[in-house]
Write a protein that binds this ligand. Structure first.
Ligand code: 5GP
Ligand code: ZN
Length: 113
């Protein structure tokens, strides 16, 4: 997708604070962090929303998606973290490229707003 913001980040056409870049997955800091640690995990392949994942995408659903690499990187394996996927308008999805929010570093209220 030539005009997709996160595809441009994945292609390194626009800058981002990249946390890791492994195989089919990229993680970078959210530009408007909602917690001390707020990282977005994306497939480099353009998928507009989580509903578009299929079994062929299973290889990208590895450790990175589960947050393992980030949990260690930010030392929150024991203190905890939250993975969030917003899908569609009611969830407030603003960027139409699948992304998992990795949030940590403070107590997170439940339920979310
Ligand atoms: P959504 O609401 O779609 O689940 O989340 C989109 C997220 O992308 C928001 O948290 C927003 O702050 C973040 N975001 C939007 N534009 C940019 C950008 O250009 N760079 C980075 N790093 N994050 C962005
Ligand atoms: Zn995209």
């Amino acid at each position: 997708m030539s005009d997709c913001l996160f595809c441009k980040i994945a292609r390194k056409e626009i800058p981002a604070q990249i946390v890791f870049d492994e195989g089919d997955v990229l993680a970078f800091k959210d530009v408007r962090p909602q917690a001390p640690v707020h990282v977005l995990i994306i497939p480099k392949k353009h998928l507009a929303r989580v509903l578009d994942l299929s079994t062929e995408d299973a290889p990208v659903l590895g450790d990175s998606w589960g947050g393992n690499a980030l949990a260690d990187r930010f030392s929150v394996r024991e203190s905890g973290f939250r993975l969030v996927v917003n899908n569609g308008p009611d969830a407030g999805q603003a960027v139409a490229h699948l992304h998992f929010h990795f949030l940590a570093g403070r107590p997170l209220r439940w339920p979310p707003g």
